[in-house]
Design a protein around this ligand. Structure first.
Ligand code: ATP
Length: 359
């Protein structure tokens, strides 16, 4: 692990409640100015991990270092980390400006400095025109921005966000994802966000850690995790995957349902080892001509056509797996190809677009 620009280091951090381990030996290094996402299904330990960083929970084992110093002895209010909760309670009787200034007033900073910092943040969060309004005169997205501004104005070393967009509808969520990314970039503050929404993590984060059962399954950039998942769990959790279960039959081949599939892999050859070949829906091609140069080919029957606007997902039953393969086709192709249910089509993909998973 390269810790040269690490702000926060978690070293084998665990948390148990009674006999259960909510967080199990998590080691992570989070960098300066990074947008980092903790992602995983419900109950995987994301919130517990975030609460330990904030100082609301004490680790049962392991250490947390901020700028090289062990922060375990520091109570929550003495840590230069700010946690923004899912339900961001604003003071209803205070204006936006007052809500934002409140934390600095509690610190008894000089009035001129408070004014300057609040003005700065109002402008970054594009709230200038709303400064004199009260929370009930704002939309959900605007209230969200005030909550963020209130956290940012304190200039924490790290801002912790627990499902910050959870309460917003889909359209606003997508807008706020980009907004959050911009605010993080402009403020230069390290953000750690907890989310169970993989699309959100892919869009916003520089790097992310996927957790399951209290353990980190994989940590890396969105592209690394999407293109090179290290396990069936990550492949399934991030994006849509076609998983083909088979056995390793050679250095560059896997036998799936009696068919030899060509793969490119660094995984050591253990003959007959059960493995899964994963191919993303956009890597599958519908072959229209005979003699295509695709390394792997299979015939199947369309059992479902799911239109998504820009793309259409074809669900194609083949001999390779019990579940239909999902093929993403640009909807524009429908002008010249006919993909109706019960049509037989031929699919193909290149060996380099398939990953071999041993876990
Ligand atoms: P969600 O997305 O549903 O909020 P999460 O990934 O944030 O889930 P946590 O809230 O961290 O998960 O919980 C991890 C595990 O620890 C769960 O099994 C949960 O039941 C357990 N847990 C959390 N807090 C406590 C507690 N105070 N006492 C006992 N068990 C707890």
């Amino acid at each position: 692990m390269n810790n040269s620009s690490a702000v926060l280091i978690l070293d084998k951090v665990s948390k148990s409640y009674g006999n259960g381990l909510a967080v199990n030996e998590v080691s992570l290094s989070i960098r300066e100015n990074e947008f980092f996402a903790l992602l995983g299904p419900s109950g995987c330990g994301k919130t517990t991990l975030l609460r330990m960083l904030a100082g609301f929970e004490t680790p049962s084992a392991g250490c947390i270092y901020l700028d090289g110093n062990d922060i375990s002895p520091l109570p929550a209010n003495k840590r230069p980390l700010n946690l923004m909760f899912q339900s961001y309670a604003l003071f209803p009787n205070m204006t936006v400006r007052k809500n934002i200034a409140y934390g600095l007033e509690m610190e008894r900073l000089p009035e001129a400095e408070i004014r300057r910092r609040v003005d700065d943040v109002l402008s970054t969060a594009q709230l200038g025109e709303l400064a004199e309004r009260k929370p009930d005169q704002l939309s959900g997205g605007q209230r969200q921005r005030v909550a963020l501004a209130r956290a940012l104005v304190k200039r924490p070393r790290v801002l912790l966000l627990d499902e910050p967009l959870g309460a917003l509808d889909k359209k606003l969520r997508e807008k706020m994802q980009l907004e959050l990314k911009r605010l993080q970039h402009e403020s230069g503050i390290t953000f750690i966000i907890v989310t169970h929404d993989q699309e959100e993590a892919l869009v916003m984060s520089d790097r992310m850690a996927v957790l399951d059962g209290g353990k980190v399954c994989q940590c890396g950039s969105p592209t690394e995790l999407y293109e090179n998942p290290n396990s069936r769990f990550v492949a399934n959790f991030i994006g849509v995957s076609n998983l083909l279960e088979g056995v390793r039959s050679g250095p560059n081949s896997v036998r799936v349902s009696g068919q030899e599939l060509r793969v490119e892999t660094d995984a050591p050859l253990i003959t007959a080892q059960p493995v899964a070949v994963v191919v993303r829906p956009e890597r599958l091609q519908v072959l229209t001509e005979q003699g295509s140069d695709c390394d792997n080919q299979v015939t199947g029957t369309i059992v479902e056509v799911a239109y998504h606007g820009l793309d259409t997902n074809l669900h194609v039953e083949t001999a390779l797996s019990d579940k239909p393969l999902i093929v993403r086709v640009p909807s524009s192709q429908f002008e010249f190809a006919h993909f109706a249910i019960d049509t037989t089509i031929r699919l193909g993909w290149q060996a380099r677009h398939a990953r071999v998973l041993t876990r």
